[in-house]
Structures are given as C-alpha cells and as structure tokens.
Design a protein around this ligand. Structure first.
Ligand code: JFZ
Length: 511
C-alpha cells in the first residue's frame, strides 16, 4: 500500500510544479486569464516617471539636449557620474511630495492602478535599497522611501501598485550599460555581475518589502546582454509574488504577460496577443521638463482611453511630477476631465472587451456580457443633428436601447443597412463622447467586413475604411480624407512630411 501512495504523491507534486501559476510559468490560458482579470477589467492606469532628472530642463553645463525625453539627459549629454551625483542627485529634495494626494488624484480620475519608476536608466533608486547607496535615502537630503510611501497609499485606497524597473541599462552601476555605449570609466564592469547584484538584489527587495506588487514593468529589454541570465533571474524573481503580472520587456526569451505599446497609438492589436497596454506621455517627455508645455488635450487623452478599450487594451497615462513633488497643473486638468466622464460612463470602459465592429465612422464601441445579454456601448464622438443614428450591419433584435447618461430610453428600427436608433436629443450629453447602450440577448449578427468583392474577383478597401496608427507627438493627425481619399494618397508625403504613421489595411488588392 505504502508504495502506491508514494507513487501517487510523486506524480501529484510533479504535476503541481508544471501547473505552477504565475508569470513565466507553464500555466494554462484559463489560469492566466484569472490572474490577468483585474488588469483587463481595470483598462486605465497611471504611469509615473519621477527622478532626479526632473530638475533639469534639457540643458546641463552649457550643453543642450535634443531628445525630448528629460529622463535621458544624463546619457544624451554624457554627463560624468560624479557631476550628476554632485549637481543633480544631491540637490533632489521634493518637500511637497504627498503620496496620498497622488493616489487620490489617480483614483478620482478613474484609474485602477499606478506604475512608478523605482529605478530608471540613470541607475538612481527612488527607494531605500540595501544593495546600493545610490538611492533617495542615502544620496539626497530627502531621506524618505518614496516607493514605500506610494505603495502604502495605493494599498490604503485600493489601487493596484506596479513597479517600473530598468534592468537592461543602468548608467551608474558598473557593468550596467553596453560597453560600446559607456562614457565614464566608472561604468566599467561585468554585466552578469551587475544583473545578479543590482537587478536581482533590488527587484528582490521591491517584491519582498513593499507589500503586494501587482505589476513588474521591466524596461529596455532590447538591450539585455545575456538572455539566459535575464531569463533565469526573471523567472526566479516573479515567484516572490505569484499573483504578479509582468510586461514583455525583460528582454530574454521569456514573453511577459502583456505587450506594451509606447507612444504609438495602434489601430488594432496583434491577433495572438490577448493582453495589451499602451503607454503615452502627456507632453513629449516621460519625466517633467519645465519647458515642455506641449501637452495633449484632455479630450485627446480621454479619446485615447476609449480608443484603447474599443480594441481590447489598457491605457497607461503618464504623469511627470515636478522637482518639488507636485503634479503639473495640466495633469490635474486632464485627470479631472477624464474622471468626470468616467463617473457617468465608467461602465462602458471597465470590464469591457473589444468592439465587434471593424470600424465606425462616428465613434467607437466596447462591449460586455452581463447575465447572458450582450451590452454594446457606442461612444459617439460625432453627434448627429437628425436625432437618428445608424449602427451599420447590426441586424439583431434589440431588448432595449438607452443613453447611458440618465438612462433615457431610445427607439430602434431594423433597416437593410443596420440598426437605426431614433429619438436622440439634439445635443450630445458630453462634448467629446456620449454613450448609447444597446442590449441584445441573442448571438450578435453583424457583418463587420468592409472589404467588398467585385465581379472581376478583385477586392477593394476604400481609404475611408482605413484603420490609422498615429504618433500623437506630431501636431496634425490626419483624418482619412474624403470619400475616395485621393487628396490623401496624392500628396500625403508633401502635406505631412514630418509625420510618420503607418496605415493599416489600406491596399487595393488587384486580381
Ligand atoms: C523606455 C525608456 O527609455 C523611456 O525613458 C521611458 O521610460 C519608456 C516608457 O520606456 O523607452 C522605450 C523603450 C522601448 C522602446 C522605445 C522606447 N522600443 O522598444 O522601441
């Protein structure tokens, strides 16, 4: 009998190891979906890029920085480590820092998680690290553990807390930067030693001593110099917080839990990636730069949130706090605008999945299934003055339709072109997006395709049906021009010489 029991025990333990849950483990899709649920429900988070570099504004010792990213100034201007320590690190004293104020601002904006830089590429740690004294506690007059204070406030106000960590490039620690790119002899050292001592040491501290960490946001994966070392350490570290989710930037062979898009607003996500997040600066720099006043409008930020939810992804909106620890006023303006909209319309964002429509001319769609009913949320950007709105190619029987704001009931009629919604008020309920809900309790019946076939077997996809990937750092974001878009094709190179964008699915397929 004992022998049988022993074999059973071994097989169970064996299975258990293979079925171990967590990032980089062989968990089933269903187990992963469970672990990712809070993330996909959340849809909206705050990215915080903060560090000693925010005191500089693109200039150091008479040299000008060309790159808009303030957090890169040390590398861009090849600032010697000793100068950076003496003139930038030692002066950092954010006396107005108030973690609770930051967290309450994020919460009021409808954000469900915060990811903050704990160590960026300059190697400076915003937490009290035992493996290096190049940190806020030992090297500045501030002597407080910013990461700990923020983690505690996130926990208190029930926001998820994530840590950004630059593992693959560190301009301070010996061996932390690619040999070919080093500019200070103090950077000389062995990359594996750096990874073991600093990366493994500090991420272990962060995943052990800072309470529940929900996201590990690796960065600069493309610079990882020894993928085997990165994989081994990455896989070991995540076991410290089994519920943790990680992005795909460790840089080894290990794919993370979600793909990160940065600064480029995708029109769609890759089919095989279920979990995606766009991170976007508010102006042009991740960190605060006093002279960078090129802030995106609150309307554009809200539209981007709706846009990302409509293609089934998350939006991590970046904040760059000032040297004194306060958010810029433009940040509060955007957070207030978005928070007010979400107070009424959050149901159309949180816990939703991507639109079943290929494209809608007048706005976006999100959806969720509640008690076996499909709820379609139509976010109308271009309000109709006729009191009617056609939902193209939707031919389902509708249980009910209503304006999400005030739940005003709407009439609907099925037409050969789709579902006609009638009785809309003359004015929209919001200056950017008014939401109409259509509830359906049968399988969705819509032909979302926009590719029309013709007699000679050629296919045609018109420019007006194009999906546009945009880089919002550039001022004029082109709308697909007109019906045929000829003016678009004819001179788009002349009209937008500085604008680089990729147009997906605008091709005319020949025979
Ligand atoms: C990185 C950082 O260099 C930057 O400062 C900021 O923290 C951002 C969120 O992440 O920037 C990147 C990282 C990866 C790519 C481009 C910029 N990439 O893969 O093209």
């Amino acid at each position: 009998m004992k022998k049988v029991l022993f074999i059973l025990l071994i097989s169970f333990v064996g299975l258990n190891i293979y079925a171990q849950k967590g990032a980089y483990q062989n968990e089933s899709e269903a187990t992963k979906a469970e672990r990712m649920q809070w993330f996909t429900d959340a849809r909206f988070g705050m990215f915080i890029h903060w560090g000693v570099y925010c005191q500089l504004d693109g200039e150091f010792n008479g040299k000008e920085q060309r790159d808009p990213k303030g957090e890169w100034i040390m590398q861009n201007l090849k600032i010697p480590i000793e100068d950076y320590k003496k003139e930038v690190v030692s002066t950092f004293n954010p006396t107005q820092f108030d973690a609770e104020k930051w967290v309450l601002a994020a919460k009021a904006a409808g954000m469900k998680y915060i990811v903050m830089t704990t160590k960026h590429h300059d190697g400076f740690a915003l937490f009290n690290s035992a493996v290096s004294d190049y940190d806020i506690f030992d090297a500045t007059p501030f002597k407080r553990d910013i990461v700990k204070e923020l983690a505690e406030m996130c926990n208190k106000h029930e926001l998820r807390f994530g840590i950004y960590y630059s593992q693959a490039q560190d301009w301070y620690q010996p061996g932390g930067y690619k040999p070919a790119k080093r500019w200070d002899k103090a950077q000389t050292g062995n990359w594996e030693t750096y990874f073991e001592k600093i990366v493994k040491g500090q991420v272990t501290e962060l995943l052990t001593d800072y309470g529940k960490i929900s996201i590990l946001w690796w960065d600069s994966g493309r610079a990882t110099q020894n993928k085997k070392v990165a994989d081994k350490i990455g896989s070991d570290l995540v076991k410290l917080q089994p519920e943790l989710i990680v992005n795909g930037r460790l840089g080894g062979a290990l794919q993370g839990d979600f793909k990160t898009y940065e600064q480029v607003i995708p029109a769609t996500f890759e089919k095989n990636n279920l979990y995606n997040e766009l991170c976007l600066t508010h102006n042009r720099s991740w960190s605060y730069r006093a002279s960078d006043t090129d802030y995106k409008s609150p309307e554009f930020i809200l539209e981007t949130l709706i846009n990302m939810a409509s293609i089934g992804g998350n939006f991590l909106f970046n904040v760059g706090p000032k040297p004194n620890g306060e958010f810029p006023k433009e940040t509060y303006e955007a957070l207030d605008y978005i928070g007010n909209w979400l107070k009424t319309n959050g149901e159309a964002i949180y816990g939703t999945s991507k639109s079943p429509f290929y494209r809608l001319d007048w706005g976006k769609c999100t959806q969720k299934t509640v008690d076996e009913k499909t709820k379609l949320y139509f976010h109308i950007f271009d309000w109709t003055s006729t009191g009617e709105l056609l939902i193209p190619k939707l031919w389902n029987k509708v249980d009910k339709a209503y304006l999400l704001d005030e739940k005003l009931a709407l009439k609907t009629t099925s037409t050969p072109k789709g579902l006609l919604i009638k009785g809309l008020p003359k004015a929209p309920k919001h200056d950017l997006a008014t939401v109409i809900v259509v509830e359906i309790s049968e399988e969705l019946n819509l032909n979302a395709g926009y590719i029309t076939t013709s007699k000679n077997q050629s296919f045609e996809l018109l420019p007006t049906n194009a999906l546009l990937t945009i880089k919002p750092q550039f001022d004029d974001i082109p709308v697909i021009a007109g019906e045929k878009g000829d003016e678009y094709f004819d001179n788009w190179k002349n009209k937008y010489p500085h604008l680089r964008f990729k147009i997906q699915a605008i091709k005319r397929y020949g025979k």
